[in-house]
Design a protein around this ligand. Structure first.
Ligand code: GLC
Ligand code: MG
Length: 506
């Protein structure tokens, strides 16, 4: 295969520091003070305003990294059978990864999803599984790079891929191969043509097809994945080239991540592991074609491991193996008494509380009055919870309402996870923490954009953070009917640590 040169960056979400600060202040005002703001539950925001704010979220995240330097860790992960385990109906390893990422990495690291799926099937997967929102999304086998929540496309990448590419010729030549079955319409993309082909025929077809397309003057890349999928892309495309392009862009702005970890399971991930200076993990359940590639091309590279754990658990294993940062998920902490001191921080506080909340509703913690008392103790007496419907309630009343939902999800598929937890320090003792709180019940998901003010005033670290204010609003696109669970936002996970762990805890 020829090596493609990587173009100079043409697009990047860089904003000057003044603009970044302005946005942070603006968001703070919008969430906390302005009753007539578009985020006020009773007003309908004009769509252009929302898109401006959400588009800016991507910039805010990326510029947050710019404020504090290069990303501590950039994880570039495949989704199907890598981040997402389709054989785990409880989504345990994915949820463990989520809690680890949000409590320890989100604020200073970059999460990149790199999938073979088209944007359509990627969005579908997000509706089915308890997934985080990545900072950067690479879809269609490295042919589409997008940034932030609103998935702003990288036009420079599109332009680069247009070179030596003619989709019509690809269609013409592939139609001569009866062994090829075209994949669904959604998976045919401007720089990706995809088929199914039987395993035993794949090698011969790829060889012959490559010769045909070369004879027609095209410079393409043919990739076989999962023992069934055959993708044809421009030579300069692919997950590896997309990652190289991204690294070059980050380097150009002096923001090359301190460490990058690539994670995959199948043929189209192989390229990720050939990018220089990148750590790699092939999850334990990796496909034959990836393991063969590794044996032939990267066997002696100590930066690449074949994990003994499946999917996201393999990613966590690799973080630990390569010493890339903390590798204990809050979901794995069995004794909160031990962890509270070293783990005390606003992100961890939010992650732990919602972990408690999930377990409370699943009756995986004891139904104890002590919990209620301690939750109340960490709520500011004058603290208010603003429900997305506009109803305001004292925080302490919210703790009381938790009583009524104890165990209502016992034995059911029910998960709670927080996403994009971004704390901003307001002054020496308080933080504004903004995040998305997701709940999935069976196959139904709902999301509340949540803003919490936490304070450590008049309290030593041991006593924990006080919840001063909680404000939730529906995330655009969420079904607003039949949603009451946001009412139970609750108190503080620190409270659990203070009262110790009953026998049934965890
Ligand atoms: C995903 C895509 C498919 C592609 C495969 C392998 O499943 O939906 O089009 O062929 O990944 O890259
Ligand atoms: Mg995969």
């Amino acid at each position: 295969m020829k090596k493609a040169s990587v173009q100079e960056p043409k697009f990047w979400c860089a904003e000057p520091i003044e603009t970044q600060l302005l946005w942070r202040v603006l968001l703070f005002l919008v969430f906390l003070h302005l009753p007539s703001s578009p985020f006020h539950p009773q007003s309908t925001p004009p769509p252009h305003f929302l898109s401006t704010v959400f588009a800016s979220e991507a910039s805010i995240k990326i510029t947050m990294n710019q404020l504090s330097g290069a990303a501590r860790l950039m994880i570039v992960s495949d989704l199907d059978h890598t981040m997402v385990d389709h054989h785990d109906s409880e989504n345990l390893s994915l949820l463990r990864f989520n809690a680890l990422w949000e409590s320890n990495y989100r604020h200073n690291s970059l999460l990149v999803f790199s999938t073979g799926r088209s944007p359509t099937l990627y969005k579908q997967l997000r509706k089915e599984k308890p997934m985080l929102t990545p900072d950067i999304t690479i879809t269609s086998v490295g042919t589409e790079i997008t940034y932030g929540n609103s998935m702003v496309p990288d036009d420079g990448w599109v332009e680069f891929l247009n070179q030596k590419w003619d989709k019509n010729i690809v269609s013409e030549e592939t139609s001569k191969f009866p062994e090829l079955t075209l994949q669904s319409e959604t998976e045919q993309r401007p720089h990706k043509v995809s088929f199914y082909v039987q395993k035993d025929k794949a090698q011969d077809v790829m060889k012959a097809l490559s010769a045909c397309l070369e004879a027609r003057g095209l410079d393409v890349k043919i990739i076989y994945s999962g023992g069934m999928d055959l993708d044809i892309l421009p030579q300069g495309a692919g997950k590896g080239q997309a990652l190289a392009y991204l690294l070059k862009k980050l380097k150009a702005t002096d923001k090359l991540p301190n460490n990058t970890l690539a994670c995959g399971d199948s043929g189209n991930d192989a390229e990720l592991f050939s990018i220089p200076d990148v750590y790699g993990v092939m999850v334990s359940n990796a496909q034959e074609e990836l393991l063969h590639w590794h044996a032939a091309n990267a066997k002696d590279n100590p930066k690449i491991i074949h994990a003994t754990e499946r999917c996201a658990a393999g990613i966590i294993q690799a973080i630990g193996h390569f010493h890339l940062g903390p590798s204990t998920s809050p979901r794995d902490v069995t004794d909160l008494m031990d962890s509270k001191m070293e783990k005390f921080d606003p992100s961890y506080e939010v992650v732990r509380f919602y972990l408690f909340y999930e377990r409370w509703r699943r009756a995986e913690v004891e139904n104890s009055e002590l919990y209620m008392a301690n939750l109340k103790a960490v709520c500011c007496a004058s603290g208010v919870f603003v429900h997305p419907s506009g109803i305001e309630q004292p925080l302490c009343d919210c703790v009381n309402s938790l009583r009524t939902c104890y165990g209502d999800k016992q034995g059911k598929q029910f998960w709670v996870w927080v996403d994009q937890v971004l704390p901003a320090q307001i002054d020496s003792h308080s933080w504004l923490v903004k995040f998305k709180k997701w709940e999935q019940s069976g196959d139904k998901q709902q999301c509340c954009l949540t803003t919490v003010v936490l304070s450590s005033k008049d309290a030593s670290v041991e006593e924990g953070l006080t919840w001063m204010h909680v404000h939730q609003t529906w995330l655009d696109g969420t079904d607003h009917n039949n949603q009451t669970t946001c009412l139970y936002f609750g108190g503080s996970a620190t409270a659990m640590a203070e009262i110790g762990r009953p026998a049934s805890f965890y």
